[in-house]
Write a protein that binds this ligand. Structure first.
Ligand SMILES: NC(=O)c1ccc[n+]([C@@H]2O[C@H](COP(=O)([O-])OP(=O)(O)OC[C@H]3O[C@@H](n4cnc5c(N)ncnc54)[C@H](OP(=O)(O)O)[C@@H]3O)[C@@H](O)[C@H]2O)c1
Length: 330
């Protein structure tokens, strides 16, 4: 008989957790039991899933004693820090959406279209990269393979859903003139060049995550990268301007074909008809949309790209589920 798995969703009441549940609802995975965890505050809440009602459980130290095969964690860094090692010690593979373990040498940082081979190197915890990094590397990997990237300049335009429930509330309330709780300034009618905390070098932690995680995933520890991460008044889906410089020459027509033929990418690049990736069109999709593909005439071999994806789906929930599905198939 084929194996059936037991799966925990940690942070089931949050933006990422609820999206993961709605994605799992559409799938027919070999799972015998799902259990939904959140904080004490949400214990007892009802989640409807595949025609049944499930009571949300409070996450506790003994929650993994009953034996889980997989746990998708989307409950913030401190929850992952405390509970992911406990789950892993009980033979449960943790797929973690927080940044806690991403740069740990013993933790694979995985985007299935880019580096699925890393999954085999796990020691109980697999990290999902930052949402802005995931969509960037899906677009960059096929170009690096063929043209050898030598420098990247990231400028992001990130949706409020990337900051969870509180981020969405700030934009909704801001439209009504109510002061923000999550962001340091009103997000409505503003662009905030400030995501996560500021570091000693004047970058934000979000910018540093994009730089370090891209290097780790592309296996280029010295790759020259700089980033500016900006929160914009968009509810969902992150947009990114990516400037890339290559070692090798390229033909623009060929490069567009390379992107079109790569996994997880939809090229939308028909400027005569005003077609390019849009946040509103990316929302609800698991693909990464790439457009405005054009030569950077200021360098020998470089391009500019506009890359858009649903940050809650491909940037978090879907990527984690893809990893779990990949492992179930192995
Ligand atoms: N939003 C994104 O685009 C995105 C993308 C990539 C990664 N992530 C990461 O995913 C995680 C969740 O993000 P989110 O946007 O879904 O946040 P969110 O909407 O604020 O949800 C947080 C979830 O964590 C739960 N939680 C909080 N403290 C807990 C505890 N002590 N024990 C158990 N559960 C606890 C909450 O439960 P209660 O409802 O009971 O409080 C809720 O289910 C974060 O680590 C975030 O960095 C988010």
């Amino acid at each position: 008989m084929d194996k059936k798995y037991k799966v925990a969703i940690v942070g089931a009441t949050g933006v990422v957790g609820r999206t993961a549940i709605s994605i799992l609802e559409q799938k027919d995975l070999p799972v015998s039991k799902y259990v939904f965890f959140a904080s004490k505050k949400s214990a007892g809440k009802i989640i409807e899933f595949k025609g049944k009602e499930y009571e949300v459980q409070e996450l506790k130290e003994d929650s993994f004693d009953s034996g889980f095969d997989f746990a998708i964690f989307s409950a913030g860094g401190s929850t992952s820090q405390k509970f992911a090692p406990i789950a892993a010690s009980k033979n449960c593979v943790v797929i973690d959406n927080s940044s806690t373990f991403r740069m740990n040498e013993n933790v694979p940082l995985v985007v299935p279209e880019v580096n699925p081979e890393e999954i085999a190197n796990h020691h109980g915890i697999i990290a999902n990269p930052n949402c802005s990094t995931i969509q960037a590397v899906v677009a960059l990997k096929p170009l690096d393979d063929k043209y050898n990237i030598k420098r990247i300049v990231y400028s992001t335009y990130q949706a409020v859903s990337g900051a969870g429930k509180m981020g969405i509330d700030d934009l909704e309330n801001g439209i009504k003139g109510i002061a923000p709780n999550k962001f340091p300034h009103p997000i409505f009618n503003n662009c905030l060049p400030h995501i996560d905390v500021f570091l000693d070098n004047s970058y934000t932690k979000e910018e540093e995550k994009m730089i370090n995680e891209t290097r780790k995933i592309l296996k280029k520890p010295d790759l020259r990268i700089t980033a500016t991460a900006v929160r914009v008044p968009v509810f969902n889906s992150h947009s990114e301007s990516i400037n890339v410089e290559f070692e090798n020459e390229f033909n623009l027509y060929e490069l567009k074909k390379d992107l079109s033929n790569s996994p997880g990418i939809i090229v939308e690049d028909d400027i005569e008809n005003n077609i390019y990736p849009l946040a509103t069109n990316a929302t609800g999709s698991d693909s990464v949309f790439v457009g405005r593909i054009r030569r950077d005439f200021s360098v020998n071999s470089g391009i500019n790209l506009w890359v858009v994806a649903d940050n809650i789906r491909k940037g978090a929930a879907s990527n984690a589920i893809q990893i779990m599905e990949y492992m179930m198939k192995q």
